[in-house]
Structures are given as C-alpha cells and as structure tokens.
Design a protein around this ligand. Structure first.
Ligand code: PEP
Length: 264
C-alpha cells in the first residue's frame, strides 16, 4: 500500500461569491463523506479570504478528518502583524482554520510584483504560524521556447524556498494556466524530474521528500494521465475546482490513477 500522500488542491482565486463558495464547500464535503476517497489522497480547498471562516464552519459540520479535506488560503503577508493596511497575516488565516496557504502563484508574481525574496519571507511567516506553504513556480511561454525553463525553475526554487522548507511545491507553467493547454506527458515528466533533482541542492538534504504537484488547465479528462506520472504527487486545480462535480471528478480520477496496486 502506497504511503506517499497525493494531493488535489482547488484554488478558487477571486471567483466564488460568498454563497456560491459556502455551497461549493458543503457539496464537496458531503460527497466526500458519502464516498470517501482513499486515505492517501488529501484534498485541500482554497477559498478567498472573505470565505475562510464560513468554509471552515461548513467543513466542521461535516466532520471529515483534515487529512482528507482541509482548507487553505491563497496568500499571506510576510509579517505577523503591524500597520499594513489591507493585508492579512499567516496567524490571521490560521485563526480562521487555514492549514495551508498558496504562495507565489504566477498571478501574484505578475499582478503584485512578488519576487522570490518576498515569497521566501511569506514561506517563513506561514511556517512560523503552523501553516503548510504551497509554493508555485513555473516558466513563461517565451522562457520555455527559448530553452530557459530549467534556469527559471532553478532560480525560483533557490529564491523562494527556505533551506529547511517543509511544504508543497506546485509546478505551474504560466502558459498552461487558464489556457486549456497542458504539457505533454514527456515534457511534464522531464520538468518534474528536473525539479526533483534541484530540490536537494536547495534543501541541502535528500532526506526530505517535498510533494511536487502539477497545475495548469487540469480537468477530469487530463487528471488520470497526469496523476499516473511517477514524479507527480498531485494537482493544483483552478477553474475546474469552482464546480463541485468537476472537482469531485478530478478527485475520483486521482484516486483511481494512484490506487495502490495489489501485491503479486
Ligand atoms: C491555477 O491558476 O493555479 C490553475 C491551475 O488554474 P487553471 O486550472 O484554471 O489553469
């Protein structure tokens, strides 16, 4: 029986209004209670800040173990408190039940000028608050086409992860996000192997196994082939996580693709 956990993470972004978000959380939680996925599969939903409290309450009502279904936030500030108007700290999201936080998503790197150094500060803040960081890395299309993906990924890993990083890494090629395009199996395998080779250098140990996920236009159609790639520990899902059934289909596909093989 495989003991390596696999992850399905839903990133709702700024897309679900309050009632929609709460209903989505209830629908996912009820379906998972009725048909529990295998225990090696961990599902995490990441609503906007304004819905954290409500979603947390909705999940508590269903009483699923948090390894099975947990909640994450989509960002946090590097400082734990202070005069930072409009920002939200890691302890604040922890207070509302978040166990995970997405950091360094390409939309934040692009729209908020987040650098690797800022992301690393956020990783430290999340870890200090007892929250598991989910750090996103990924190259732009031009960087890929110019053969620079490896150096971009290496720089992002070196710059945004802390030395003793204990979290999740999501490889999200920027060109695959929201585009309906996913890398070929061969390309994905190559990139994930590269990332896995770079990690011990950053962490200065190969004793820590950081789960590495793929994100970018994942639907239940691509999920089985993506999840069957040896180096992939899960998927980070954007648009397809906004509708309960499409997200549940991805969870189902991931469960099937990673089901432990019976011993001969
Ligand atoms: C994302 O932005 O993290 C993402 C994976 O989005 P989508 O699935 O919509 O491409």
């Amino acid at each position: 029986m495989s003991t390596v956990p696999k992850f399905v993470i839903g990133n709702w972004k700024m897309q679900a209004r309050h009632e929609h978000g709460l209903q989505l959380a209830r629908d996912i939680a009820h379906a998972m209670r009725d048909t529990p996925p295998p225990s090696h599969l961990h599902t995490i939903i990441c609503p906007p800040f304004t819905q954290l409290d409500g979603v947390h309450q909705a999940l508590r009502e269903v009483c699923l173990p948090h390894e099975q279904l947990a909640m994450g936030a989509q960002d946090c500030y590097p400082a734990s408190s202070g005069p930072f108007t409009g920002d939200i700290s890691a302890p604040m999201i922890r207070d509302l039940g978040a166990r995970y936080v997405i950091l360094g998503h390409s939309e934040r790197r692009q729209n908020h000028g987040e650098t690797d150094a800022i992301i690393r500060q956020k990783v430290k803040a999340a870890t200090a608050a007892g929250i598991t960081p989910i750090v996103c890395i990924g190259e732009h299309l031009a960087e890929r086409n110019e053969g620079r993906a490896a150096s971009v990924l290496s720089t992002q890993i070196e710059g945004s992860l802390t030395r003793g990083f204990r979290g999740i890494l999501a490889y999200e090629p920027v060109w695959a996000i929201g585009s309906g395009i996913t890398p070929s199996q061969e390309e994905l395998q190559r990139k994930l192997q590269l990332i896995r080779a770079l990690l011990p250098m950053r962490l200065m140990t190969d004793d820590i196994r950081v789960p590495v996920l793929y994100g970018g236009s994942v639907t239940s159609v691509q999920a089985p082939s993506i999840m069957s790639i040896e180096a992939v520990d899960g998927v980070l899902v954007g648009s397809a996580s906004l509708e309960a059934q499409s997200f549940l289909d991805i969870i189902g596909a991931a469960a099937e693709a990673t089901a432990p093989q019976p011993s001969p």
